[in-house]
Design a protein. Structure first.
Length: 550
C-alpha cells in the first residue's frame, strides 16, 4: 500500500478524476434535447446554460473547504484531506445530472425553469470542488513547476469532454437522454474510487520536470489518437466492434500515466537509497544534491560582502514571494481587479461560444454528426490551450523572465480573432474558429491559476482562484444572455420563426461585439503585465532557488 502513497500516484489519480468531470463542456450534446423536451426558447435555454456557468465557476466555498481540510494539517491531526472535497463534489454531480435526466425522460413532471436551473447549477458546481482538490494539491506537490502541473491538470480537464463522449459512445448508443444518466453515474464513480489517493506530499526531486514532461507527452499522444478517431468518424461509419476496439485502446492510453508514476517512484527510491548510502554520518543523514554545491562554489568566487548581499537579497525575495494572501487581502490589490476584468472578457466570451456552438452550427446548416465532432474537437483545442499555456509560459518565465500575464494578453487577442472568424460565416468557418477560441479559452484557465499562485501565494489558492472563476459566469451572462440570446431572438423574429434562425446573420453581430470585448480584455491584461514585470523577476529567482533545493 505504501507504493500507492506518493505524489506521483496522487498526480495520476488527479488526472483520471479531471478526465471524468468535464460534463459541462459537452453541453452541446444534450442542449437541443433539453430545449425540445422542456419546450424552451433560445433565451430560456441560455438562462439555464448561465446557471451551468455560475455553478461551475462560483466555488469560493469550495476553496474555503479545501483550505480548511488541508492548510493546517501539520498543526492538527484529523482524517480530513482533499478526499473530503472530492466526495462532496461527487455527491453534487450525481444529484444534479440525475434530476435533469429524470425531467428529460419524464420520470418526474416537467420542472419549472427555476428548478431546472438549480439542477444545472448543482451538477456544474461539483466541478468547483474537484478542480481545486486536484490543481492545488498538484501545486503543493510540485512547487517549482507550477505552470507545468497546472497546465497538465487543466489540460486533462479540457480534454475530458472528448473522453467522456468516447466512453459513452463505446458503451451505449448515442442517445442524448441516456447521456444525462451516464453523466450522473460516471464522474461520481471515478471520484469515489480515486479520492483516497489524492494527497499532499512534501517531497521534491531533481527529476520532477522530466516526469511531468512524460505526463504531457502521454496526454499529447491521447489528443492525436482522439483527433484521428474524429476524422475517421466523419469519413466512415464505425460499427459496434470498431467502437469497442477504439475504446479499449483509449483505456490503454488513459492507463499510461500509471506506468510513468511507477517509473518516477522507482527512480526516486534509488536516488534516496544512494544518498543514504554515501551521505550517512553517524545516526544522521545528509542529502546531497550537486546543484546547490555548484551554486555555492559560484558564490565562493565572489567577494564575501557581495556573496552575503546576494544571499540576503535572495532570502528577502523568497520570503516576499512565499507570503500567502488570504481572499480579503487579495481583493484589496489592484492586480486582483485587473486580472478579474481580463477574465470576464476572456472566460466569458469563450464560454458564450461553447454554450452556443450547437445552435451556431444548426444556423449554418451543419449536420448533427459535424456538430458532435465540433464539440469533441473543441475539447481537444481546450486541452491544448490549457497544457500548452502552462508549459510554454513556464519556459519563458524561467529562461526569459517573461511575466506570465503577457500570455493572457496574447491569447485574448487571438481569442478576439477567433470570434471574428465565427462571425464571418465563410464555409467551414467553425472548424477554424473553434481552434482559435478553444485553444485561447483553455489557456485562460491555466494562466489564471499560475498567475494567482505567484502573485497571491498558494496558502489560499483554491479560494482565490474560485473567486476569479466567478468572472466566467458574469461574462457568460453578459455575452450569452444579454448579447447572443437577445440578438438571436430578434433575428429569429425577423425571419418569421419563433425559436430558430437560419443563416450567417443569426450570430454575426453577436460575435463581432464579443470579439470587441475580448480585445478590450487583452488590453487590460497588458496593463497587468507592465505592473508585474519587476515582481516576476523575483519570481524567477525564487523558482531557481526552489529547483536547487529539491
Amino acid at each position: 500500500m505504501e507504493r500507492l502513497n506518493s505524489k506521483w500516484i496522487a498526480t495520476v489519480a488527479s488526472i483520471w478524476i479531471q478526465c471524468s468531470i468535464g460534463g459541462t463542456y459537452t453541453f452541446g450534446i444534450y442542449s437541443s434535447t433539453l430545449k425540445s423536451t422542456q419546450n424552451y426558447d433560445q433565451s430560456t435555454l441560455e438562462r439555464v446554460a448561465i446557471f451551468k456557468d455560475i455553478g461551475g465557476c462560483t466555488g469560493v466555498l469550495s476553496g474555503l473547504l479545501y483550505s480548511f481540510v488541508t492548510l493546517d494539517r501539520h498543526r492538527r491531526r484529523c482524517f480530513c484531506g482533499p478526499w473530503v472535497v472530492l466526495l462532496t463534489g461527487a455527491i453534487l454531480s450525481f444529484v444534479g445530472y440525475f434530476f435533469m435526466w429524470a425531467s428529460v425522460v419524464g420520470l418526474i413532471h416537467r420542472p419549472p425553469v427555476a428548478l431546472m436551473c438549480l439542477f444545472m447549477f448543482t451538477a456544474a458546481h461539483s466541478m468547483t470542488l474537484s478542480i481545486p482538490a486536484d490543481n492545488v494539491t498538484g501545486v503543493r506537490n510540485f512547487p517549482a513547476h507550477v505552470g507545468t502541473i497546472v497546465g497538465l491538470m487543466e489540460g486533462y480537464l479540457g480534454l475530458s469532454g472528448a473522453i467522456i463522449i468516447r466512453v459513452y459512445d463505446a458503451l451505449f448508443k448515442g442517445n442524448p437522454r441516456n447521456y444525462l444518466l451516464f453523466l450522473s453515474v460516471y464522474p461520481t464513480s471515478v471520484s469515489l474510487l480515486l479520492m483516497y489517493f489524492v494527497r499532499i506530499h512534501d517531497t521534491n526531486s531533481e527529476d520532477d520536470k522530466k516526469h511531468l514532461n512524460a505526463f504531457s507527452v502521454a496526454a499529447l499522444t491521447m489528443v492525436a489518437y482522439l483527433m484521428i478517431l474524429i476524422i475517421l468518424e466523419n469519413i466512415f461509419t464505425l460499427g459496434t466492434w470498431e467502437r469497442i476496439v477504439t475504446f479499449i485502446f483509449l483505456l490503454l492510453l488513459l492507463a499510461s500515466p500509471l506506468g510513468i508514476a511507477f517509473r518516477a517512484q522507482r527512480e526516486d527510491s534509488k536516488r534516496l537509497i544512494l544518498s543514504q548510502t554515501f551521505s550517512t554520518e553517524g545516526d544522521s543523514i545528509v542529502y546531497i544534491n550537486p546543484e546547490p554545491i555548484e551554486s555555492m562554489e559560484n558564490h565562493d568566487q565572489l567577494p564575501s560582502d557581495d556573496a552575503r548581499q546576494v544571499k540576503t537579497t535572495l532570502d528577502q525575495n523568497i520570503i516576499q514571494i512565499e507570503e500567502n494572501m488570504n481572499l480579503l487581502q487579495a481583493i484589496c490589490t489592484g492586480n486582483f481587479w485587473l486580472l478579474f476584468i481580463a477574465m470576464i472578457c476572456g472566460l466569458g466570451s469563450g464560454m458564450a461560444m461553447i454554450n452556443n456552438i450547437s445552435q451556431v452550427g444548426e444556423s449554418l446548416g451543419y449536420t448533427s454528426i459535424r456538430i458532435n465532432s465540433l464539440v469533441s474537437l473543441l475539447s481537444i483545442w481546450n486541452f491544448l490551450g490549457r497544457l500548452g499555456a502552462g508549459y510554454v509560459s513556464d519556459i519563458f518565465l524561467q529562461r526569459k523572465r517573461c511575466a506570465r500575464p503577457l500570455f493572457i494578453a496574447i491569447t485574448q487577442a487571438a481569442l478576439s480573432v477567433g470570434h471574428i472568424v465565427i462571425a464571418s460565416g465563410f464555409p467551414n468557418n467553425l472548424y477554424v474558429g473553434t481552434i482559435l477560441v478553444g485553444v485561447c479559452y483553455g489557456s485562460q484557465w491555466s494562466l489564471l491559476s499560475s498567475v494567482a499562485s505567484e502573485i497571491f501565494g498558494v496558502g489560499h489558492l483554491g479560494t482565490i482562484v474560485n473567486t476569479f472563476a466567478i468572472a466566467s459566469p458574469i461574462g457568460s451572462y453578459i455575452f450569452s444572455v444579454r448579447i447572443v440570446g437577445y440578438l438571436y431572438g430578434k433575428a429569429a423574429a425577423a425571419s418569421g420563426e419563433k425559436n430558430s434562425c437560419s443563416g450567417t446573420h443569426c450570430f454575426r453581430l453577436s460575435f463581432l461585439i464579443i470579439a470587441f470585448f475580448a480585445f478590450c480584455g487583452s488590453l487590460v491584461a497588458l496593463l497587468l503585465f507592465f505592473r508585474t514585470r519587476r515582481f516576476y523577476d523575483k519570481v524567477v529567482v525564487t523558482r531557481l532557488q526552489q529547483s536547487h533545493r529539491t
